[in-house]
Design a protein around this ligand. Structure first.
Ligand SMILES: [Zn+2]
Length: 71
């Protein structure tokens, strides 16, 4: 594995906070990465001021469980 770009997203091992991410549903360790813009309106509606801004999410390759991380 190395630094390369591909037009087809591939599932990759993920590390956040110095810890390898493992799916909390099925235990798989490869994920598709995405990024979402969380708008102020959404944060206001749900009372989640801390969630405003951008967030990364990782979708488990096996079971599609999404794991969110605030940037
Ligand atoms: Zn999973």
């Amino acid at each position: 594995m190395g630094l390369f770009s591909s037009e087809v997203p591939t599932a990759q091992p993920v590390q956040r906070g110095g810890v390898d991410l493992k799916c909390d549903h099925c235990g798989h360790d490869r994920f598709y990465q995405g990024e979402a813009q969380l708008h102020t309106l959404t944060g206001t509606l749900f009372g989640l001021e801390a969630f405003e801004g951008s967030a990364d999410y990782y979708t488990c390759e096996r079971c599609r469980r999404m794991h969110w991380f605030q940037q």
